[in-house]
Design a protein around this ligand. Structure first.
Ligand SMILES: NC(=O)c1ccc[n+]([C@@H]2O[C@H](COP(=O)([O-])OP(=O)(O)OC[C@H]3O[C@@H](n4cnc5c(N)ncnc54)[C@H](OP(=O)(O)O)[C@@H]3O)[C@@H](O)[C@H]2O)c1
Length: 374
């Protein structure tokens, strides 16, 4: 493999293009492509929306005849199969590119290595993987779904500096400020599904939608166009039919434990689907739920619940990332914890790896992952 510093720079450029699809490509991956000739970028492309042209095709269209002899930098192996669009590997070959540099193999079993093999078989130089960890980080959900048939699960919590998430009465509006709440809106917008527990619905009456005016994005309309699936875990169907979330008619999945009366299953609005996924404890089987969401092509999912449900996800080892918005406030010792996690000894403590800490308005955002090394 012959790679130079400039190859890394152009690949980073392809990543920045891929990020433009952060809120819109689902369930497809975010992908960017740069065509370079004589050290100059001659065309850029990225995948904008599922069902539309892939990044490579957009870049080739922009380059026209100039693509002949160019190097193509792609953040994901070009596809080799005909889905909603033709195979990108063939398009690159037909356009006469001289070299392909790819960041990671496509984990989609329909591709995985075949795209690279096709381009190589056409006598074109192929180099990669390049910056593979960064490429995977662009698409944590797509990669997880392809490799493990599960979505990538984030849990978001707003907490005080003493780690409390609601008052004992259940009141929790608002712990954090408007900038942190806008950040949560962007987390929702990049997610395919939002999971909450019935007690949060009863207490907060949240609509769990992406709101255009709160996103603070130049492409806010588009980012909010495809609303995430709202998933409510409600073993006994206690959700009131008057809840605010039914005011918006984007899909809702109400998950119960299968032991409800037939009458309880009737009369919901047509955008509400009810399914039974009973767990051993009479509640919902969380692993089965995540498998079900992966089957429904959910890449990234966001858990936005209280300490009970968030604690269940954590205890079962089902969280990939925890995002805590920490407000400079003390809610006091009567207030509710971050996770229901009944531990007694220091040796039982769970370790987290901090991945990122940054200020968001007057609050702090801490991104952590359960630390499997301990
Ligand atoms: N600070 C924040 O970021 C934040 C975010 C959300 C909520 N909150 C606050 O948190 C409070 C509500 O939290 P909560 O802990 O009472 O409720 P919750 O975690 O939102 O919901 C818990 C409920 O989910 C249902 N559930 C179904 N399957 C489950 C499973 N496998 N494991 C656990 N629960 C399951 C259970 O009810 P069934 O047994 O009836 O199914 C359970 O009681 C409210 O005060 C709200 O304001 C804070």
């Amino acid at each position: 493999m012959t790679l130079s510093a400039i190859d890394f720079e152009f690949m980073a450029h392809a990543f920045r293009l891929a990020e433009r699809g952060l809120y819109t490509t689902m369930p497809n991956p975010r992908v960017g492509c740069v065509l370079v000739k004589d050290g100059q970028v001659i065309a850029e492309g990225w995948h904008i929306r599922a069902g539309e042209a892939h990044a490579e095709v957009n870049a080739l269209l922009a380059a026209g005849d100039k693509a002949r002899g160019a190097t193509a930098y792609v953040s994901l192996e070009p596809c080799s199969h005909t889905g909603k669009t033709g195979p990108c590997s063939q398009a690159l070959i037909d356009a006469g590119i001289a070299r392909l540099v790819y960041a990671m193999e496509d984990p989609n079993p329909l591709v995985s290595g075949n795209g690279i093999a096709m381009v190589r078989a056409a006598g074109i130089q192929v180099d990669g993987p390049v910056l593979e960890d960064d490429a995977r980080a662009l698409n944590p959900g797509f990669v997880r779904r392809m490799e493990r048939k599960l979505p990538y699960v984030r849990c978001k919590m707003a907490m005080s500096i003493d780690g409390r998430t609601a008052m004992a009465s259940g009141e929790s509006k608002w712990i954090t400020g408007p900038k942190a709440r806008a950040d949560v809106q962007r987390l929702r917008a990049r997610s395919c599904a939002i999971i909450s527990g019935v007690d949060s619905i009863l207490q907060d009456n949240a609509s769990l939608t992406v709101r255009v005016d709160e996103l603070g994005l130049p492409n806010a309309d588009e980012a909010a166009a495809k609303q995430p699936l709202r998933v409510i875990l409600d073993s006994q169907l206690r959700t009131p039919r008057t809840a605010l979330m039914f005011k918006q008619s984007t899909p809702i999945l109400l998950v119960h434990n299968g032991k409800v009366d037939a009458a309880q299953l009737q009369g919901w609005p047509d955008f509400v689907e009810l399914i039974a996924l009973p767990g051993k404890d009479g509640r919902i089987d969380l692993t089965a739920l995540l498998r079900e969401l992966a089957k429904r092509h959910c890449n990234e999912v966001l858990v936005e619940a209280g300490a009970t449900l968030s604690g269940s996800f954590l205890r079962r080892g089902l969280l990939d990332e925890i995002i805590m918005y920490m407000a400079p406030k003390l809610l006091g010792s009567n207030a509710l914890p971050l996770f229901n996690l009944p531990l007694d000894t220091m040796s039982a403590a769970l370790s987290l790896k901090i991945k990122d800490i940054r200020a968001v308005g007057r609050d702090w955002r801490i991104t952590a992952a359960p630390d499997t090394e301990y």
